[in-house]
Design a protein around this ligand. Structure first.
Ligand SMILES: *Cc1c(COP(=O)(O)O)cnc(C)c1O
Length: 397
């Protein structure tokens, strides 16, 4: 190691904008569900880079695909075509609702693309531009996605807020009806509010949103940045519900660690875009990122990933119920697939810290919620290890 931990920390403190907490462990290496920090300490990872490295850290299929692509053609810009993007677009469309795809680099960007699509469509359909969003949602950190993110703390000091977004209450159809005006063109919603506290949409809610959109001629946009790509046990979370959206956004785990995002729209909506004018991206869908995306899709076909999510989700929920019975601090356990929340209240930060000290990485969400995002290939042995650590941590708080 060329630099000591102290040197790295002092470089961080002196030269990086403190957008993140720099007292956290410095990670140096990972494999599967395991991560090691600069001190050589091993962690069992139930965060997977916030649902990014979902097939396991340094998945061999993805690592090989990007190594080969990196030695062949990393980038050529969207002025030219490459052989990976169109193939990945077809695979995503075949796995979802047969729409057309635009590739981006992050979740916020994918959502921006969806928001732009809704405005283009609203302009062409009666000159409407408003989008209904939901309290406690999370859609990203750009100015438009921040306006769609109904958590005021993230916008503090950044006024004026981008106009055109109205707020309704998640899982409350009446509040949506009340938020719709003659200016409304779309509804933007997460199938499971992830950052907001792990709240799954109810079936009547999502089906009701679809009906409302059909009645009032609105687009239904689903932010599947966290829930998409198998996290919930279906390839896309909306597939648990008897409805189809008009557009979805994807990011986080699309490249298993390589920045890759996308939004997919109903085929007819794609005609709103004019080449070279309406939308664009320098990096979006470059051959390196889409090589990773193709390797991820191949893993879903070859490695029974969704089957494992469904099996391990059931097992993990059973084990969490065992903790629920033993620890009164647990108020609720909820989620979908391997996106699970444990509501514990104010002691959440202490539990996260205690788990980390004992070698288990977990996240928080919303207010007082522990969020578990294990690898989609997690084993029952790894779940047992995590439960044992959680049990000890819960005993201490
Ligand atoms: C993480 C997340 C985003 C933002 O993704 P970035 O890649 O950080 O821009 C947007 N929506 C949801 C639902 C997310 O979980």
């Amino acid at each position: 190691m060329d630099f000591t931990e102290e040197q790295i920390r002092s470089l961080y403190r002196d030269h990086m904008i403190p957008a993140f907490n720099f007292s956290m462990p410095i990670m140096v290496r990972a494999s599967g569900s395991e991560l090691w920090d600069i001190q050589g300490k091993r962690y069992l990872d139930f965060t997977m880079g916030i649902s990014v490295c979902n097939l396991g850290h340094c998945h061999p299929r993805v690592t090989q695909a990007i190594a080969e692509q990196a030695a062949t053609l990393m980038h050529c810009s969207n002025v030219f075509c490459n052989i990976n993007g169109p193939r990945l677009a077809k695979e995503l469309a075949d796995a979802s609702f047969g729409g057309k795809v635009f590739f981006a680099n992050s979740g916020a960007e994918a959502n921006e693309g969806m928001i732009k699509t809704a405005r283009l469509w609203g302009t062409a359909n009666g000159g409407r531009h408003e989008i209904v969003c939901f309290r406690s949602s999370f859609h990203g950190r750009t100015l438009a996605t921040l306006a769609a993110t109904r958590q005021p703390k993230f916008r503090e000091g950044m006024d004026p807020e981008m106009p055109g977004f109205r707020e309704a209450v998640f899982n409350d159809l009446d509040s949506v009806r009340a938020a719709i005006t003659d200016q409304t063109c779309a509804i933007l919603v997460e199938p499971v509010q992830g950052e907001g506290g792990v709240f799954p949409a109810t079936v009547p809610f999502l089906v009701g949103l679809r009906k409302l959109c059909d009645e009032k001629n609105l687009l239904l946009l689903l932010d599947e940045v966290q829930t998409g790509m198998g996290r919930t046990g279906a390839m896309f979370a909306y597939q648990h519900y008897p409805m189809t959206p008009d557009a979805i956004s994807l990011a986080k785990s699309m490249g298993n660690g390589i920045p890759l995002a996308a939004f997919e729209v109903r085929k007819d909506l794609a005609d709103l875009f004019q080449p070279g004018i309406t939308h664009g991206s320098t990096f979006g869908g470059n051959p390196l990122a889409t090589a990773a995306g193709l390797a991820v899709m191949e893993a879903f076909r070859e490695e029974k990933v969704l089957e494992n999510v469904r099996k391990m989700s059931q097992y993990l929920q059973e084990r969490l119920q065992f903790l629920h019975a033993r620890h009164s601090v647990i108020r609720d356990i909820r989620g979908l697939g391997l996106l699970l929340g444990i509501e514990v209240g104010d002691c959440v930060a202490d539990i996260v810290k205690e788990c980390r000290e004992k070698g288990l990485l977990v996240l928080t969400a919303g207010k007082g919620v522990l969020r578990l995002l294990p690898s989609l290939k997690v084993t029952s042995g790894e779940i047992d290890e995590a439960i044992a650590i959680l049990n000890q941590a819960l005993e201490k708080v």
